[in-house]
Design a protein around this ligand. Structure first.
Ligand code: GLU
Length: 381
């Protein structure tokens, strides 16, 4: 397990590169006194922004606020009612944020997203452009899941994951999840909490088991499992994530000053951050088919930073068009990566195993680029 109970220098390393920050606040931090709490939060976010760091806020709280407005104590079971509560609460939630921004001469803007918005390349790019435009204007973007249109298939389900997705989409070097615990702690077999983990550089089964065991424990209102999942998304993209005590939002600037509080998740070795296409492929795309490659192509992809040529493709599965995302499987059908197909599945079946010089003759039309998947549109596991 690569965990450290005091800062091992990772904070300074990560913090010096932070230009863009995603902050996520959980519902439990806002529920009691939403007006006051959003005031406190916005004050800290603007403080951070004044240091020249771009900030995107991911906020929960719509559903609980909807419940408070209607005087409901229990969360209804029926999906439509939950969606209704979110639709009701979201407007109020934004009103609090708007008031807090207005009184400080700042502006905020709302984006309600679904997984479908992020999985579709076109929409993903548009959302990212919109967020960038807001940041350039100095407006605070405030993101929540669009609960009222979220049927199961397009639901992200929790805002920890949404925050990590937004962060990787936007290339935010750091994501901070603010919650009702101070950090991620070691846990004894009897369920007691042990030392705080200051820095976690790799996630393994032992850590996941500790997080899983916190479910249903009053201490774990934040839900550690989704937080570790979010950490795995951020760190796989080459970025960092932190869990921080949001009962006092003042922890945010303190953390950014390098104080050893909360838990920081990061990669130890400098990992190349992914390009926008690669991030999209790795975290958002839903492959529609697969290309199965031979061992030679597998090695060339994994170790030689090469493109995949039709000659190395053994076969395809599923039906895909040129430009669609596909899985790349080795001969044992293990996924080794994902890429954008440069040929349709139908064309690829006609040219797989063939030399690149023969492609035009086999397909009966000129071929501009011979790769089955170009390396710029490829992300490996
Ligand atoms: N979208 C939900 C809400 O605003 C929150 C989901 C979550 O907390 O993870 O209430």
């Amino acid at each position: 397990m690569a965990v450290f109970t005091s800062d091992n220098g990772a904070r300074a390393q990560v913090l010096k590169g932070v230009r863009r920050l995603v902050v996520k606040v959980g519902s439990n931090l806002l529920r009691e006194a939403p007006g006051e709490r959003t005031e406190q939060l916005v004050a800290q976010l603007l403080e951070v922004r004044a240091r020249g760091v771009e900030v995107i806020l991911v906020t929960s709280g719509a559903i609980p606020l909807g419940m408070t407005i209607l005087g409901k104590r229990r969360r209804p079971r029926e999906l439509a009612r939950i969606q209704g509560l979110s639709a009701l609460g979201q407007g109020y939630l934004m009103r609090f944020y708007e008031n807090a921004c207005d009184s400080r001469g700042a502006h905020c803007a709302q984006l309600l997203l679904t997984a479908a918005d992020l999985r579709d390349r076109e929409r993903n790019v548009r959302v990212a452009d919109c967020l960038r435009a807001l940041l350039e204007e100095g407006i605070l973007p405030i993101v929540n899941e669009n609960d009222s249109v979220c049927v199961e298939e397009i639901k992200i389900g929790d805002n920890d994951t949404l925050a990590a997705m937004v962060a990787t989409m936007m290339g935010a070097q750091l994501t901070v999840l603010m919650t009702t615990v101070d950090a991620f702690h070691a846990m004894g077999k009897d369920g007691s909490f042990g030392e705080r983990f200051s820095v976690v550089t790799s996630l393994d089964k032992g850590l996941l088991a500790m997080a899983g065991a916190t479910d249903g424990n009053p201490y774990s209102t934040g839900g550690m499992m989704t937080k570790l999942h979010a950490a795995s998304i951020c760190t796989a993209g080459g970025y960092a994530m932190a869990i921080l005590d949001g009962r006092d939002f003042g922890t945010l600037p303190r953390f950014l000053d390098g104080e050893d509080i909360g838990t920081l998740f990061c990669q130890t070795e400098a990992r190349k951050t992914m390009g926008s296409w690669q991030r999209f492929l790795a975290f958002f795309s839903e492959p529609v088919g697969a290309m199965v490659v031979d061992d030679g192509a597998r090695d060339a992809l994994l170790h030689e930073n090469r493109s995949l040529l039709p000659g190395g493709v053994l076969g395809v599965s599923g039906v895909f068009r040129k430009g669609e995302p596909v899985r790349i499987l080795d001969a044992r059908r293990q996924e080794i990566g994902r890429g954008i197909a440069n040929f349709s599945s139908e064309e690829l079946l006609r040219i797989c195993g063939e030399r690149s010089t023969r492609l035009a003759a086999l397909l009966g039309h000129p071929v501009e680029s011979p790769e089955a998947v170009h390396k710029d549109y490829l992300v490996l596991r």
